[in-house]
Design a protein around this ligand. Sequence first.
Ligand code: GLN
Length: 485
Amino acid sequence: AHLKQKALSSYELCEAAIRRHEAITKLNPFIMSTHKLAQESASRSTERYKKGKPIGPLDGIPIAIKDNFCTAGIPTTCGSKMLQNYTPPYSATVVQRLIEAGAVIVGKSNLDEFGMGSGTIDSTAGPSRNIYRSGINYKLQSTVRYPTSGLADGDWYVTGGSSGGSAVAVAAGAAFGAVGSDTGGSVRNPASYCGVVGLKPSYGIVPRYGLISLVNSMDVPGLFGRNVDDVATLLSVVAGEDLRDSTSVPSNLQNLQLPEVPSIEGLVVGIPREYHSAGMSQEVVDIWTKVAGLMKEQGAQVREVSMPHTQYSIICYSILNPCEVASNFTRYTGVEYGLRNESGHSMEAMYALTRSTGLSEVVRGRILAGNYFLLRENKERYFNQALKVRRLISQDFEQAWSSGIDLLLTPVTLSTAIRYSEFVKTDNRSQAADQDICTQSANMAGVPAINVPVALNLDGLPLSMQLMAPWGHDASLLSTAKWIE
Ligand code: GLN
């Protein structure tokens, strides 16, 4: 696996990631790079290797952390004015576990404010940009000439989001792995646009402690890597119960090792009919058919399956997301931490002014919508109804598994990466409703899902596939993903 190749010393590896970051700063992967700290920890790692005693499977590996994961002593802003000056006194469990396994943190990666969005364009740090068609080679030592932009001045391909900084950091080689968060697709969507592997593990397998809440019932810490084995290594390090997250569960992934040559013989692969959504580009449909055909050729059984409630997933998510947001964001008052605007004359005014100064329109819009759905007279009609629909969406998955399906194969996004100029024209801005059709159901059902890059299209942009598995089957999901890769 890439992460485990130790031809370079840890320090040299870290230097390589830093140089690479310097060469691609225009892609803006990090809200803040932590290169000095990284060099110090890489030197300690080099010393450990000299003594022949690495502390864990990630010793000396440069990793990026999405800026909505708390990092002790390092600012954690969520890409928001609200937390611009916030430095947490503790680290998220995921971060802690990575550090204990020897990982070298190279930066806090860019995101849409608080993880709301699908383009990594709404951040106090400005947008991230995709490496594809940016004019920069994405293969580290490539001699091949890749198509450059051909875009209008000032335009670029979006990274996808909301974990776009993490995805592009890995795609560009500024980090060898990265952490993101996936509430409705925020790891898989940018992984798809940026051509890297992106895993949303089963809900609860990886603790959320220290991941700043967006939608507690759907938030999952996710992982990026340049190949499936690297992601498996990362998962083996971060998985496992943490008593500080009551929704986390024990896992048996600590010693996860994927087969050298995975087999798909006898595997039953479901193709959910309803994922053929309006607006899906022909090349996405074609690659989907092609991968399904290859799996069949190699001994898998490929079956069409119906998941009839898929069509309600976006509307259902669009109610549940703001409801939990409305509840979570009551903590941003200006009293205990974060921004404070004291120019008003009352406590009420301080709360209101703090929020209107500290939060963007997208975030305030969701808080308002959520509070509306939760009004006593509306709760039954919106919130309770959406919870019932969520249950039906989960049952679609249950039914697929009980009909004998082992894994589902679908696209992740409706098209390859979109130009920024196109992206801002649609209602993508608030949550990329249409583009999220293939990803949000997995969050509502809690099942694991992964993005696997499979090809480049004629314009040189990455095309990917998604695999989804029953809850807790993260290991078999990864090994089939490795077969596809
Ligand atoms: N695009 C979705 C949203 O804005 C997904 C975000 C996410 O997964 N964090 O809510």
